[in-house]
Design a protein around this ligand. Structure first.
Ligand code: AOF
Ligand code: ZN
Length: 371
């Protein structure tokens, strides 16, 4: 159904989409290449929200290069939109420009679109095919797809540990177990995330900034803290306000004895959101829903033993990003606070998605089986 030439141009469109990796949230990263007789007339990728979608960038690029696009094929990594969002529908723009063939990698999971963009193109007499390099396109927007499908972000939990699975000494010392290359790689994963989450234990011990520093990025992810009793110091480094979205703190209650602390945080520009479960702790699923409603596609977690364990036990984790350093630390802090099992059949099963050597360390990406 797809030729080798189609493959080549869709790969180009995917490479373009990847250039939106740190940029497009909450929108998906999309790439578009417009081709006629084997020549690329225009190319583009999604701009920050409110800016052009990939198709418009490609059409404008073709115009800037003096090319008409009548009779051309558009390769897009996501179905062109059919709705008026922050921008008008791309499907209409492609029709108007005289495109005669559209190859899309996947349907847009956004319920406002989901097939209607392709339908609109077909109704205008355009030849439409969908599904070329779909797996790659889905991976690129794994968070957007998750949020559209279930209303919550894709949750990626990052851990650095020794080969024997220790993340810190018993006294909390953990800097640094993995090498510089792994740390820089970790910042790339931070940069592509819409938000970075940690817990009050980690803030008390390490006072992390939770910003992207080791690499260049056009935007900082939102910082998110789970702190049931609002014990956090207003001077914690992750609550520093300034550029980028306001930090968010999820607590169990912002009234009663927590009211004053909530007020102090709010006055310094921090958003405080109470979501309690029956045990008086933060309801983690409710927190994920709230993040989904705020347009968070990929949530990057860097936390400790306790919160890591709670997130896993409550079915909140999609993927583990684990860096293992070729060192042995012996007993110390473990990766996750999980219950001791009596039988193997109760184990949590993962599938290995990717293994990679990063400097001297090993990077493992493993996924939880969907419930
Ligand atoms: C496209 N091309 O490059 C992207 C699309 O609010 P708006 O107008 O920016 O629309 C955002 C929605 O458009 C987003 O949720 C997704 O469904 C689609 N993204 N569509 O045709 C693009 N990024
Ligand atoms: Zn669009």
């Amino acid at each position: 159904m797809f030729s080798e030439i189609d493959h080549t141009f869709m790969l180009q469109a995917l490479a373009l989409a990847e250039r939106g990796m740190y940029l497009t949230t909450p929108n998906p990263r999309v790439g578009c290449v417009i081709v006629r007789d084997g020549d690329v007339l225009g190319a583009g990728f999604t701009q920050p929200a409110g800016g052009n979608h990939a198709e418009i960038q490609a059409l404008e690029d073709a115009a800037a290069r003096g090319h008409g696009v009548a009779g051309a094929t558009a390769y897009v990594t996501l179905e062109p939109c059919s709705h008026f969002g922050r921008t008008p529908p791309c499907a209409d723009a492609l029709v108007k420009a005289g495109i005669v063939r559209v190859i899309a990698a996947m349907e847009d999971p956004n319920p406002k679109v989901s097939g209607r963009g392709l339908q609109r193109l077909r109704e205008a007499g355009i030849e439409v095919r969908c599904g070329l390099l779909e797996r790659e396109a889905r991976e690129l927007n794994i968070g957007f797809v998750a949020r559209m499908a279930r209303g919550t972000p894709w949750v990626r939990l990052k851990i650095a540990a020794s080969l024997d699975g220790t993340t810190a000494l018993e006294n909390g010392v953990s800097q640094w177990i993995t090498g510089e290359a792994a740390r820089a790689d970790g910042h790339r994963w931070r940069a592509r995330a819409c938000a970075i989450l940690t817990g009050i234990g980690t803030v008390r011990e390490d006072d992390p900034q939770l910003t992207v520093r080791a690499i260049d990025t056009p935007r900082q992810p939102q910082r998110v803290l789970i702190d049931s009793r609002l014990d956090v110091s207003p001077r914690a480094r992750m609550l520093a306000t300034g550029d980028g979205p306001a930090p968010l703190v999820f607590c169990a209650s912002d009234s009663g004895e927590a009211a004053t602390r909530a007020e102090i945080l709010r006055q310094q520009g921090v958003e405080v959101i109470p979501v309690a479960n029956a045990r008086g702790k933060v309801d983690l699923q409710a927190m994920l829903k709230a993040l989904g409603q705020r347009g968070i596609n990929e949530l990057h977690v860097e936390s400790g033993f306790k919160l890591n364990g709670s997130l896993l036990r409550e079915g909140c984790v999609d993927e583990l990003l684990i860096y293992l350093a070729p060192t042995l630390l012996g007993p110390g802090r473990a990766m996750f606070d999980l219950p001791q099992l009596e039988t193997l059949d109760k184990r949590m099963q993962l599938t290995l998605h990717d293994i990679h050597q990063t400097g001297e360390d090993i990077r493992i990406l493993a996924r939880l089986a969907p419930a």
